[in-house]
Design a protein around this ligand. Structure first.
Ligand code: ZN
Length: 241
């Protein structure tokens, strides 16, 4: 059975790092929407080129286009052992479409992991974020008990605070995230395969908790799935799947 995972979490929660690490450990495909868009554009996929057109005009990529791009990627053979999706779905419409894609794959349930970090901790992480003034690389966050680095690990350039990372801006960004994500959390929260991970711990501990909850959710999903392989949330949705 495949492990089909989506990772949710606010900016600064470290979910991208954790998603990459988990995918690597388990031999799964890590998929971020930015990556598949770039990949699709390089491969001249018509659907990805359409998305690029929208972005070039300064418009948002619409749900239907985004869904088609994700679907194309998830139906390829190398995604069959499973995937870790980062940055999708962002809307309930996308989430419903993802349910249909997972049903179509017919290989394991969808596991939803929500990485939570208290707001004050996110502000500390994000507002304190340093970048290299010379090459733009992100500075490594200081390890517990160590002083923050003062120069770039890559080129030795001076580290400065990101211009858009002051506390007010960070708080506003987190509010926007919360508002946008609440309907998604409501959409998923009652499922036996929905799990919350405490992202306010050391990276190693987050990684460990993530593994534990995903394996546990996979088991819960397996029990639920038998024998009818697909259970949509309502009969109407099942009919349209
Ligand atoms: Zn640098």
């Amino acid at each position: 059975m495949a492990l089909n995972v989506i990772m949710m979490g606010p900016p600064g929660a470290g979910k991208g790092t954790q998603a990459g690490r988990f995918a690597r450990d388990r031999g799964l495909l890590k998929i971020s929407t930015g990556d598949i868009l770039r990949e699709g554009i390089n491969a001249q996929l018509p659907i990805a080129l359409r998305a690029q057109e929208l972005m070039d005009r300064g418009e948002l990529v619409d749900d239907a286009t985004m869904i088609a791009i994700v679907r194309e990627r998830l139906m390829r053979p190398d995604a069959q052992p499973g995937f870790v999706l980062d940055g999708f779905p962002r809307t309930v419409g996308q989430a419903e479409a993802l349910d249909r894609i997972v049903a179509e794959r017919n290989n394991g349930p969808l596991i939803i992991v929500d990485v939570r970090v208290p707001e004050h901790e996110l502000v500390r992480r994000l507002a304190g974020r340093l970048i290299c003034a010379k090459c733009g690389a992100n500075a490594e966050p200081p390890k517990a008990g160590e002083a923050a680095p003062t120069e770039c690990a890559k080129c030795g350039g001076e580290l400065v605070q990101r211009a858009d990372d002051n506390e007010q801006v960070v708080l506003e960004r987190l509010k926007v995230y919360d508002r946008a994500t609440k309907p998604l959390v409501d959409f998923y929260r009652d499922r036996p395969t929905f799990r919350i991970v405490n992202g306010a711990q050391a990276q190693e501990l987050v990684a460990h908790e993530l593994e534990t909850v995903i394996d546990d959710a996979a088991l819960a999903g397996k029990k639920q799935a038998a024998p009818a392989s697909v259970k949509a949330r309502s009969p109407e949705k099942a009919a349209s799947a």
